[in-house]
Ligand binder design. Structure first.
Ligand SMILES: [Zn+2]
Length: 53
C-alpha cells in the first residue's frame, strides 16, 4: 500500500520493486506488505466490513 497508516499521507511515486518507503510527511519508514495489512485492519475497524454484512 502507498498510504501511510501513521498520518494518512499517500506516496505518489512508489515503484513496484520498492519494498520499503519513507513517509515524506511524518518520516515513518514503512514496509509495503505490513503497511497494506494495517490499512486493511484500519478499514475493518472503521466499519466497512459491517456494511457488507
Ligand atoms: Zn506518514
Amino acid at each position: 500500500s502507498r498510504t501511510c497508516h501513521h498520518c494518512g499521507h499517500i506516496k505518489k511515486e512508489l515503484k513496484v520493486k520498492t519494498r520499503k518507503w519513507k513517509c515524506q510527511n511524518c518520516g515513518k519508514t514503512h514496509d509495503r506488505d505490513i503497511n497494506a495489512a494495517i490499512n486493511i485492519l484500519n478499514r475493518w475497524f472503521n466499519g466497512d466490513s459491517l456494511k457488507k454484512h
